[in-house]
Design a protein around this ligand. Structure first.
Ligand code: ADP
Length: 299
């Protein structure tokens, strides 16, 4: 087990930012941590990395309790905090050397070069961090998180504010890192989780509301969407007699979107035949992580 979070709560004064959260992340897993703003993602990540203490509950990293082995745990974790705090006046190489010194690394030089190579910082390595674009600053942040070769990597919104090209590059880098390490990353971008992660944890208002394998997402949704098109408008009151339909959205010219409890395409077809509605098209809309996210966090 790489990360074990057991019944963790965090209180900021009167506000409960995390409410009795439990989950486990296995070694080598790449897990997306999702939730609306203010859900408690950063708080959870700060607790796992030992930056702030939890108010209640247990956290273990690689079998070590963060309360009893705080320093040892920090050696095993690489952390890119939200907003990526960097020393802007330092040069890229100088900064990485500084971070490597903090970890008291023996073969600093070769490791710094490895990190520069991995994160694609070759052309920027002798520049001041202040002179770098946001995408390259993120790479520096990721390089500092990996420099001590941690087993577990925690990335708090690593792609926020990047342009579409930078986004793809950083995503590829995360996938590369995920081949060797346990990765937990928070993000607002659902496609990112679908692209990089095997599993998604969703939190809302400090509570864990989903822990799903990406490949099983569709089967877990409680509502199915069926898109249907008839040659002309139909009497939706007739459609509504089917108990499985919970909502009908009309888009005009005979096009409808039906929210259903089950896949009732066969029923719709039979209804169309019976009522002489000319059916032009019907399909079950594939739902994705975004649908699940809305279903669970708009409450
Ligand atoms: P997220 O990362 O999901 O946006 P955060 O963990 O940053 O959420 O915040 C969760 C809640 O805790 C928010 O309501 C936030 O305002 C509050 N919070 C975070 N840090 C502090 C703090 N240091 N003091 C008081 N409240 C805080």
């Amino acid at each position: 087990m790489s990360i074990k979070v057991q019944e963790v709560s965090k209180q900021y004064g009167k506000q409960k930012a995390l409410d009795n959260i439990s989950f486990e992340i296995q070694q080598g897993e790449v897990v997306g941590f999702l939730g609306p703003n203010g859900a408690g993602k950063s708080t959870m990540m700060k607790i796992i990395t030992g930056y702030i203490p939890q108010s209640a509950g247990l956290v273990e990293v690689n079998g070590l309790s963060i309360d009893e082995h705080s320093l040892e745990v920090r050696k095993q974790i690489g952390y890119l905090p939200e907003h990526n705090p960097l020393y802007l006046e330092m040069y890229v190489k100088e900064y990485l050397d500084h971070v490597a010194s903090i970890y008291k690394m023996s073969k600093k030089k070769s490791r710094i070069n490895e990190m520069i190579e991995l994160t694609g910082l070759g052309l920027e390595q002798n520049k001041k961090i202040a002179a770098l674009s946001k995408g390259y600053r993120q790479r520096v942040g990721i390089a500092q998180a990996l420099i001590h070769d941690p087993k577990v990597v925690i990335l708090d919104e690593p792609t926020t504010g990047l342009d579409p090209n930078q986004l793809v590059e950083i995503r590829n880098l995360i996938q590369e890192i995920g081949k060797e390490k346990t990765v937990m990353l928070s993000t607002h971008i659902m496609q990112e989780v679908e692209a990089c992660c095997e599993r998604a944890l969703i939190i809302n208002k400090g509570k864990l509301v989903a822990d799903k394998k990406i490949e099983n997402l569709n089967s877990d949704l409680s509502t199915q969407i069926i898109e249907v098109e008839f040659a002309s408008e139909i009497d939706t009151a007739v459609l509504n007699t089917n108990q499985a339909i919970s909502a009908i959205n009309s888009f005009g010219k005979g096009r409808y979107e039906l929210s259903c409890k089950d896949d009732i395409r066969k029923d719709i077809f039979e209804m169309a035949v019976k009522n002489k509605w000319t059916l032009l098209e019907m399909k079950s809309k594939t739902q994705n992580l975004e649908d699940l996210f809305h279903e669970l966090t708009l409450k």
